[in-house]
Design a protein around this ligand. Structure first.
Ligand SMILES: [Fe+2]
Length: 407
């Protein structure tokens, strides 16, 4: 069976202009708006550009995360009849602009910018800057946009007046080529969950945002330029220096994914404070890159088994991210399953391109139907093992009336 990267290269011929860090400098990767959502890697956002489907679909990937728990976030660029459409923008650095200009030279101007989610702050925040970078483009946003703690209007959220349209309400962009399918609106209490899937009928590619992902067992190539987050989490204790090897990278990635999915996975202990301090500031760990040796995590035997379940690789790995299942959809399984069945009925789905983790992921209508059946059959939003911490958060939110109970 082909690995995800082999599958990817099977659909993308070598392209000398793409897939290389052609603008790999601090200045080209500067993202000045990072304080609005202060996530790693803060003010410097490297971008990996890959052609996913020849002449048709490109992936712009950046990293983002908390305390080195960093996962890929993706903008998908799609060829449309008279130019390009950007689905789920990422931070628009000079590097991103230069790469998009190369695509514009060959495929026409950026015509459309789509914010396909009502709730995903990490996708929402880059939109105003991307809209300013392409002042001729139409901006389409998902309805039910919300902000917290202040409820700001779309204009105050930075969406440009005069050229911002609402998906569904004002029509749908490129409707002769694309089919749009919303999941939601679902009541989250503080706001609304609503995500628009976009199906490109010509290629069979299904663009998604957060609802489904596939997590590769190997670290994404996005980490090749700087594997620090992987090496940080590969250690057993804080006084170990950050060592680079394929094994360290793989171990760090798998632990990082357990964190990203469960926030506090079950096979994890937290070191007592005296031990934490004793191991800090060891030789080789005295700089900010190693967080001065402050590393409170102790992984218990058997954590690899939990990681392997999350990351089988390929189509078998298509899943609802645990944090979404337990905190966003814990009482909305029926709506999610119904939406997946509608996706399966869209036509000849061949690829999933989510906004996080692996892409493209080979897929088919049958696989989506199977996924829907499996989600219905297995226990939903469990509360034990890896899920215990998320379940505790959900219980607390319910207790304070911040999220709704059974619909
Ligand atoms: Fe997201």
């Amino acid at each position: 069976m082909m690995s995800p990267r082999e599958r990817c290269s099977a659909v993308k011929p070598a392209d000398a202009a793409l897939g290389k860090p052609t603008h790999d400098t601090d200045a080209a990767q500067r993202w000045p708006w990072w304080p609005l959502l202060p996530l790693y890697p803060y003010g410097r956002r490297r971008t990996l550009v890959r052609e996913l489907i020849a002449g048709r679909i490109w992936s712009f990937e950046q990293l983002q995360g908390v305390w080195y728990v960093a996962v890929p976030i993706r903008m998908t660029v799609l060829k449309v009849a008279d130019g390009l459409m950007l689905y789920a923008p990422v931070a628009v650095t000079a590097e991103v602009r230069a790469e998009l200009q190369q695509l514009e030279a060959r495929h026409g101007p950026v015509r459309t910018i789509v914010l396909p989610t009502a709730s995903g702050l990490e996708h929402k925040l880059p939109v105003p800057a991307m809209a300013r970078a392409f002042p001729q483009a139409e901006v389409w946003i998902t309805p039910n946009q919300w902000s917290f703690p202040l409820a700001l209007s779309p204009r105050l959220l930075g969406f440009p007046p005069g050229r911002t349209k609402v998906l569904g309400t004002d029509g749908l962009p490129h409707a002769n080529q694309l089919r749009w399918l919303p999941l939601g609106p679902l009541d989250l209490g503080l706001g609304t969950f609503l995500e628009y899937a976009c199906f490109d009928q010509a290629t069979g590619a299904l663009l998604l945002t957060d609802a489904l992902v596939a997590i590769p067992p190997e670290p994404p190539s996005l980490f090749d330029a700087d594997p620090t987050p992987l090496l940080f989490h590969a250690r057993e204790r804080g006084d170990e220096p950050l060592l680079d090897s394929p094994e360290h990278r793989r171990r760090g990635w798998q632990r990082l994914v357990l964190f990203a999915n469960f926030l506090r996975p079950a096979p994890l202990d937290v070191a007592p404070l005296p031990e934490l301090l004793r191991h800090s500031l060891a030789p080789g760990c005295r700089g900010p890159r190693a967080h001065f040796g402050l590393y409170p995590f102790r992984w218990r035997a058997g954590w690899q088994r939990e990681a392997a379940q999350l990351m089988p690789g390929g189509p078998e790995g298509i899943q609802v991210a645990a944090v979404l299942e337990r905190l966003v959809f814990p009482r909305q399984r029926a709506a999610l399953v119904a939406w997946i069945r509608l996706l399966a009925a869209l036509g000849e789905v061949r690829w999933l391109i989510p906004a996080h983790y692996e892409a493209p992921v080979a897929c088919s209508p049958t696989q989506l139907q199977t996924l829907a059946t499996e989600l219905e059959a297995r226990p939903w939003a469990p509360s034990t093992g890896n899920w215990a911490f998320l379940a505790g958060v959900d219980r607390a939110l319910l207790r304070f009336g911040l999220v709704p109970g059974e619909p």
